[in-house]
Write a protein that binds this ligand. Structure first.
Ligand code: FES
Length: 316
């Protein structure tokens, strides 16, 4: 089965900030797939890999189109550079929409937190909450004015509930204060850098909002760690031993060894690649496991986590 069945043709490109572009695609040879706020597609890259990008419910989007927002990463390994080079008429292949970051049903109030390019799924959530008539507030944070994309669109979507914060001035986001009067039945959604997500989780828990009402998605992989060391992974079912080099993830090493592995985000925030650990000590680098789960060392996310021991035995 083709992992990237969608054929998308660029219809328009707009510079939203000096580093962020919006891309609107028409779907070639078929209908636009159904998707809901929080969904993403993975766009196939010329090097054989792919990258996830959240689908955006931009106001005024023409019927039959899909929109993405793409940050040009300074340390791009090819994805954002490729996406920023696309021109009208270019065609890319992509997966069908995948959603690991859904809005929950029901009428409970919502608090949305977006950091930087993490705004892309959060904007779609704001649009859907507005359409459903559910009360929410949105906090959108960035370093300095002029670098936050999609502000006019957000002001159109939520003219009353939007607060914008800049690290560079007194508007700086105070997460604890933003959560101070949140009802305990609120749903909290956050997308942005790991530090912001950790602070939102801690702030919401301190406010007695249950963990299953706190939802998040990282927008970016951790930067490569030059202190990574190689280690071995043994598969319990076959006894096969695979070496993971310093510059590989466990998933990359498995794929290089011809194994078929289930994964999605490759950022440690969706849980799809989670594996049981039979022996050895993982070096947990995900944001999905709780501190207790990490300390138990019974499971790990093999897209980002590594090993503290020389060998891991995984329940695979
Ligand atoms: S693929 Fe999402 S947590 Fe590993």
């Amino acid at each position: 089965m083709d992992a990237h069945p969608l054929k998308l043709k660029v219809q328009s490109v707009a510079a939203e900030t000096p580093f962020i572009r919006s891309l609107v695609f028409g779907v070639e040879g078929g209908a636009v797939p159904q998707w809901q706020a929080g969904a993403h597609i993975r766009v196939s890259l010329p090097n054989g890999g792919d990258r996830p990008y959240s689908l955006m419910a931009l106001p005024g989007l023409p019927d039959g189109t899909l929109a993405l927002g793409v940050l040009r990463e300074e340390m791009s390994t090819g994805g954002s550079r490729f996406m920023h080079a696309l021109k009208i008429g270019d065609v890319v292949q992509a997966t069908a929409p995948i959603n690991n970051f859904r809005l929950h049903e029901g009428a409970a109030p919502a608090l949305l937190f977006a950091g930087g390019i993490g705004v892309t799924p959060i904007l779609s959530m704001a649009a859907e909450l507005t359409a459903r008539g559910i009360s929410y507030r949105m906090h959108y944070a960035g370093r300095v004015p002029g670098r936050l994309a999609f502000l006019p669109q957000l002001q159109a979507i939520c003219p009353k509930g939007l607060s914008v914060h800049y690290d560079s001035d007194e508007s700086r986001l105070d997460i604890a204060a933003s959560l101070a009067d949140a009802p305990t039945d609120s749903h909290v959604y956050a997308c942005g850098p790991a530090g912001m997500i950790d602070a939102v989780k801690a702030g919401a828990l301190a406010q007695s909002i249950p963990a299953d009402r706190i939802h998040f998605e990282l927008f970016k992989a951790e930067p490569p760690n030059s202190s990574n060391k190689p280690f071995e992974v043994e598969l319990k079912s076959t006894g096969q031993v695979i070496t993971v080099t310093a510059d590989q993830s466990i998933i990359q090493a498995f794929e290089a060894a011809g194994l078929d592995v289930l994964y999605d985000c490759q950022r440690g925030d969706c849980g799809i690649c989670q594996c049981g650990v039979i022996a050895g000590v993982p070096d947990h680098r995900d944001v999905i496991l709780s501190d207790d789960e990490k300390a138990s060392n019974k499971v790990m996310q093999i897209c980002v986590s590594r090993a503290k021991s020389e060998r891991l035995v995984l329940d695979l």
